[in-house]
Structures are given as C-alpha cells and as structure tokens.
Design a protein around this ligand. Structure first.
Ligand code: GLA
Ligand code: ZN
Length: 711
C-alpha cells in the first residue's frame, strides 16, 4: 500500500519524457539550454532503457544512465526516473521465448514492439524486478530523483500457457473450490461443468470466443480473465515497487495510466501507487468533457489527491491514421485544464523528437531541427514562464465536489461482453453523456469507484451501473435517506459480481430506492427514435408547453435511442414518458421520494439535451449548478488550496471570445489585477483565467445572477 504520497516539488512540475540516450552528448548541452529557455524543471528518464542498462543476461551497465541522470541532476532538474521495463530486450526474448506474449488468436509472438512481456513469465518477473532493484539502489540517494516511474502504460493481454496456469491459481484463490467456480460461471449451461482445474483454458478465439474479445459464450470466465490479467500486471508493478522500496522507502512511486483504458482496472491498482499519473491523448481534438471526465477519474483514484499529467503531446501524435495538430493556444488550454482538475504536474511526451522509428513524426518540444523559434517551442516556453510565476498556488489543492459519478470497470466489462440487449451500448459513451451534463452545469465532480465512501455527497450519478457488488445498494439508499439524490439509468442493477442475473425484478437491489420495476426492454438500431416528453417536477401539475398558460421550460421533448426499458412505477412519480410505439405514454424517466431524498431512473438512451435536462433538475434541487453554467464553451472548476484559498479556473474551449460576469471578487493569478462582483470578464478564444476568489456569494444568488446576466 502507498506510504509516501505525492512527490515533494516546489511548483507544478513542468517538462516530460526525455531520451538523451538517443543522441550524442553535444546535443544534450543544447537540450538543457533550451530547457532553461522553456523553464523545463522536470525530466522523465530511462523509460525504455532496459537493453542499454542490461545488454546481456549477466551484465548491468549503468554508464549511459549514470551520465543521463548525472547531467539532469547537475543541471538542476527534478527527475522522474523510470525502471526501464516498458520494453524488454531482444536477447531476453531469444534466450527465453516464453517472455513474449501469446495473443487472443493463440499466436505466440516473437521479439518485437514494446509492452510485449507475458506478465506471468517467471523470467520476466525475475529480471524486471532485478532491474528495478538495481536502478533504485543506484539512484535512490540522488536528491534530484523526486519520483519513480515503473514500466510504461501497462496493458494488453496474454493467453499463453503460463498465463493459463496463473489464471487457474487466481481462480483457486477466488473460489476455493470447483463447485463454487461452476456455480459462479453457470457452467450447467452448455455442459461446461469443470471437474478439474486443469480443464480451464483462457477465454480466447480458440476457446469461448467468436468474432472477438467481446463475444464470449461464458461471461463469467471472460470477466474473470479480465480481472486476472489486470491483477497479473498489477503483480508485475508490485514486484518492481517492492524492489524499489528496498533502497528507496520515501520517494513516491507511480506508473503512467491511460485514463479510461478498459483492460486495466485502475481502481484495483490505485491503492498500490503513491500517486496517480496518466497520459492524455484524447480520441479527437474536440472533447473537453471527455478529458475532464478522465482527469476526474484519475484524481478519484487516490481519494482526490492531486495527480500528475505524465504525458501529452505539445503538438501532434503519430500513431493515429490521421494526426491533427494542436491549434495555437490548445496545448496551454489543455495543460491548464489538467491543473484545473487536480494535476500537480504538466509533462510532455517528449522533449526532443526521435529521429527514427515509429515516433519520428510525433510532436516534441524540440523538433528535428533543434529550433527555438517555432510556434510549439514558444508556446511551451510561455507556459513554462506562466507556471513559474504561479509558483505554489495550486499545489496540493483539492476539488470540493458534492457530486460523485460512479465508474466501475466490472460494470464496463460486463456490459460490453454481454450478448443482449444491444452491442451498440458503450459504457464510456453512456458515462460521458451524464458527465458532460454535469460538466456543462459547472459543478465539480468526483469520479469514484463503487467502493468509495459516498456519505459526503449530495448527488450520486451512476450511469449503467450494470453490476452491483457488496453493500453498494445500501450505501446508495443511505445517500437518498439523508436527503441526497441518486441517479441511475437503463441496464443498472442487472447482475451480481459473477455476472449472473438477480432473481428479482430489474433493477434488482436498486428496486426499493428507485420505486420502479422493469419487466421488458426493447433494443433498436440508431435510426429508431422514440421521443420522450419530460415534465419538470418543480412545475405545478398542468403547466407545460402544451398548456397555453404554462411555463415553456416545464416540458421538453427529447429523443431516445438504442434501448427502451418498459417501466412499471412502484411508488415513483413519472417525469418522462415515451411518445411512440405500443408503450407510448409509459414512463421513461422516474423519480422516487426515498427518505429525505430521491432515486432517479432514466430508462432510455436519451439524447444529450435529455440527459442535460434530467441532470439539471437533480442539481437544481441541491443548488449545485455552477455560477457560469450555460456560458457556451466555458468550463469552470474549483480547487481549494491547503490554506483554504478557493481557486476557480475558467477555460474557454471555443474559438470565439467568451464574455461573462464575475460572480464574486477575485484576483486574477495569471493576468494580474482584481475583479469585482458584476464586473465583466472576457476570455480570448482558448483563453484561461485562474481566479483566487476573495469571498463568496450564497451560491443560489450566484446562479441566478449569472443566468440573468447572460440573457
Ligand atoms: C505513450 C507512451 C510513450 C509514447 C507516447 C506517444 O503515451 O507512453 O512512450 O509512445 O504514447 O504518444
Ligand atoms: Zn502469458
């Protein structure tokens, strides 16, 4: 378990992956001159140095790494030092072919690429641990080393015989007996009863799967293999962690995560890291809410403790089919967005572009020509200067969220490996729609595991909470009992931790809280729309768009797609009804008074305006709509510094300027100057404001004021 917390740094760490071993030493001198110019204070070193540091089975040669580390320290940089096990050396694969992976189709790979080691291979485990041990022993005393970086972007999967054996051992630990395993996997179906542990094969294209990793005949075995593979790689991480600890008990250890990365259950990993770090390469260049969700997920890994942005490209990636360039201002904006969501480091991949191999066209702070007068370098240097000026203000600051969004790898896996009701339902998209609604409302959100303590939250949103584990239903009920709101959706409360259906009405143990039951459901292609009419529960009955005298906002018709659950209220009030098909007029959205609070259920795949509407009704009840909600393209977050100072970030993701009005007195920490309440604020396209708020209006007044001001 984690012992040391965050790296001790005097300001937001700024820099990134640096691979001077790819270059002659004359170049290093120039690199540091440029680092000075850009105020680069942190370098991540040695991520792929295994073959250099251990060129042969019995030879450890630290001469290169000594010079690389020594130079960085002499130049006054902080070092995030990698153990170097992100890729194994060619000699290792040749000497021990079992260190390479066997893929889903059953092909044993030969030497090549990276992230290529079988997590169950004893040779890999022994040698990776030994390398980590030696690296740590050699550099632990170097005060420039502020963090250890284990491996690199753990992921993928292996289906070899060693993994099969590891899987069987993992299953014995989990189930104790074959009877328990057979029950969990429901093996009476299709004559699958296992009578010997040795009969169990990894679920792959050769065994339970067809069409691919999501199409399995037995969800139980596939789910357990996903869990096992995540645990097997966690064991690799922990091997190295333990080896580092032998000589470096106090320097924090991390590994770079990949955000919403399906194969690894980061919630199971998080307790073993001292601090979380991740690499932000969003799927496209227009997804601020997607990135925000991922930052919040990463911050949630360590109970809200700040994380490090370990990698982002300053300009473009290279691995996509098409690699767009970050527009002017976007690198700065996204860097501040990370900080706004809890990052204490802003790091790039990478400092100097590789000359060859597959990343030669990947963006870097310093390009092949080594120029300082490029737009990218200039923007990096400007950000470096800005971070320098800011100093300690945001370090260690926490997000004061009263809204929790539950994110669960088990539910993700179970939902996406399910046959029925629809392959078109994607967990991330469902979660993102709800997160985006919260984000647009300007409320701070903690994205949490289902095991988190929910007691401090007024609103808990749990989209597609397919699997219910442990005492979660009870803890959700308690949130509502104490006056909070719990919002969940279609496909929630369906299965237990073994992915077996509850022998009860849907949504299983959530039924009493939601005050509904679901007898049947209808999945349709994306072209089929069933409109849903929504009615504001706060509006008096009889008002609505239909009603000449009614308030227009009281009713709204939105579109629903993909899945339509047929809801029978058992105490819940109906806030939205289907408008078409044989179930026209039946409930699609319900709210159930439970204790002093509510259980909300959205039974259909509402479009974004529909999700926004529901989420807004929930937030309004708790007065949690932010002061700048509804200003188009404007994102806001709050962090509270250890001394209690409230810091508000305003981020304009749009290409047009944004005008709004200050809701409270504040000091502009980046631009300088003071703002009085009611004073107009202008953000340039991609502009960022960081405000130290001096006092705070009651937030209801704030919300009304700013809404008024926008009209
Ligand atoms: C990942 C890796 C890096 C590099 C970048 C390129 O995040 O960790 O080594 O390959 O991608 O985008
Ligand atoms: Zn393997």
């Amino acid at each position: 378990m984690s012992r040391t917390g965050l790296p001790r740094i005097p300001k937001i760490a700024f820099g990134g992956d640096y691979n001077p071993e790819q270059w002659p030493e004359e170049v290093w001198k120039e690199d540091y001159r440029l680092f000075d110019a850009a105020r680069i204070d942190t370098v991540t070193l040695g991520v792929f140095d295994w073959a250099l540091t251990q060129p042969a089975p019995d030879v450890y040669d630290f001469s290169t790494l000594d010079r690389v580390v020594g130079r960085a320290a002499a130049e006054g940089r902080q070092i995030c030092l990698a153990t170097g096990t992100g890729a194994h050396p060619a000699w290792l694969a040749r000497a021990h072919p079992e260190v390479t992976r066997t893929d889903f189709e059953g092909r044993r790979h030969r030497y090549g690429q990276r992230h290529n080691s079988c997590p169950s291979s004893p040779v890999f485990r022994r040698l990776s641990t030994e390398l980590a041990r030696r690296v740590a022993r050699r550099y632990a005393g170097n005060p420039a080393v502020v963090a250890w970086h284990v491996g690199n972007e753990y992921g993928g999967a292996c289906y070899c015989d060693l993994c099969a054996a590891g899987f069987r051992g993992w299953l014995r630990d989990r189930y104790g007996s074959l009877d328990a395993l057979n029950a969990a996997w429901y093996t009476t179906f299709w004559s699958h009863t296992f009578t010997d542990w040795a009969e169990i094969e990894p679920p792959s294209a050769l065994t339970e799967h067809w069409r691919g990793p999501n199409h399995t005949a037995f969800q139980g075995i596939t789910l357990d293999y996903l869990r096992f593979m995540s645990d097997a790689m966690l064991a690799n991480f922990r091997d190295e962690l333990a080896a580092i600890r032998e000589s470096s008990p106090d320097v924090p250890v991390t590994t770079n995560f990949m955000g919403m990365y399906r194969p690894i259950d980061y919630h199971r990993w998080a307790p073993h890291l001292d601090f979380a770090s991740w690499d932000n390469y969003p799927p496209d260049d227009d997804s601020p809410a997607w990135m925000a969700l991922t930052h919040d997920l990463m911050r949630g890994l360590k109970g809200g403790q700040p994380f490090w942005l370990m990698e982002q490209t300053p300009s473009y990636t290279a691995s996509r089919d098409v690699n767009p360039l970050k527009r002017p201002g976007v690198m700065r904006l996204w860097s501040w967005q990370a900080v706004a969501h809890g990052a204490d480091a802003v790091l790039f991949f990478q400092m100097r572009a590789s000359r060859g191999a597959c990343e030669k066209y990947h963006g870097a702070v310093i390009g092949h020509a080594g120029r300082q007068d490029t737009r990218v370098f200039r923007e990096v240097a400007e950000l470096g200067a800005e971070l320098d000026r800011l100093g300690t203000a945001t370090l260690g600051a926490r997000t004061p969220a009263r809204v929790a969004l539950l994110f669960d790898w088990d539910s993700w896996w179970a939902l996406e490996i399910s046959d029925g009701p629809s392959r078109l339902l994607r967990y991330q998209q469902i979660v993102h729609a709800y997160y985006r609604a919260l984000w647009a409302a300007g409320t701070d959100v903690d994205v949490l595991p289902v095991t988190a303590d929910l007691a401090g939250y007024r609103v808990v949103v749990a989209p597609a909470l397919h699997m219910l584990k442990g005492d979660l239903p009870q803890r959700l009920a308690e949130v509502a009992e104490h006056g909070g709101s719990v919002l969940t959706t279609f496909l929630s409360g369906r299965v237990d931790e073994n992915d077996n259906a509850f022998l009860a009405d849907v949504p299983g143990p959530l039924g009493p809280l939601m005050g509904i039951r679901i007898d049947e459901w209808d999945a349709r292609g994306p072209e089929v729309v069933n409109p849903v009419r929504l009615r504001d529960p706060a509006a008096p009955a009889g008002t609505g768009a239909d009603d000449e005298t009614g308030d227009e906002a009281a009713e709204l018709e939105v579109e629903a797609r993909l899945l339509f659950e047929l809801v029978i209220p058992e105490g819940a009030e109906v806030l939205g009804t289907y408008q078409a098909d044989f179930y026209a007029g039946t409930p699609a959205v319900t709210r159930h008074a439970y204790g002093a609070g509510h259980g909300w259920y959205v039974a259909a795949g509402l479009d974004q305006p529909g999700v926004d509407w529901v989420v807004r009704r929930v937030l309004e009840r708790h007065d949690l709509v932010g002061p700048y909600a509804d200003v188009p393209d404007l994102e806001t977050t709050v962090r509270v510094a250890p001394d209690g100072t409230r810091l508000r970030f305003l981020l304009n993701h749009g290409t047009e300027p944004v005008e709004t009005v200050a809701h409270t007195a504040a000091t502009d920490l980046l631009g300088g100057g003071r703002l009085e309440p009611g004073e107009s604020i202008r953000l340039d396209p991609r502009g960022v404001l960081l405000l130290r708020e001096e006092n705070r209006l009651p937030s209801t007044a704030v919300a009304r004021d700013s809404e008024g001001a926008q009209r």
